[in-house]
Design a protein around this ligand. Sequence first.
Ligand code: S3P
Length: 186
Amino acid sequence: MSFVNNSLLKAICLSRIFLIGFMGSGKTTLGRELAGVMQMDFKDLDEEIEKNEGTTISELFQSKGEEYFRSKESFYMRSLEQTNNVIIATGGGTPCFYDNMQWMNDHGLTVYLNLPPEILFQRLRPQVDHRPLLKGKTDEELLQFIRERLKERSSYYGQSEIIVEGNSLSASGLQKQISVHLKKKE
Ligand code: S3P
């Protein structure tokens, strides 16, 4: 099978790839690796917010509340409009607020990393105390939260141009899936 080469792939992607998915779906880890494979830059939207606001996401949630965080999230995402040749790992809630999903589809290629709730549960379980939306949850509450939020968010995530099964996915596997998808559209 032949794949479109890296530079053509980047041109087709409008030089911006948005990785979308629930917390724990691997957006940051895979995004960083994919950027290496594709010789593109990498940005993590949460890190951009932390850098610009001079605080952590947890502290921002605590001191200013979720509504403030969502407005900043949307603002800093839009400020990436001038940034090219970049893979962007979005936050798990990014596509679900304002018209962020539409904006991402208008400004780059959106790729949803889809994982079942049980796998997300296993991945997120050790991190509950470090994540503002998960803090203090028991195992039962965590699994229920993941199931409910995934259901609520699926209509946003599902607007992604490409949907891939995110479990056991490597960066080169992801690159191939993106290539195959774009090739079909040629
Ligand atoms: C959130 C996901 C987090 C972070 C914030 C809210 C969410 O990002 O933006 O804690 O609403 O799902 P990651 O998905 O990168 O962990």
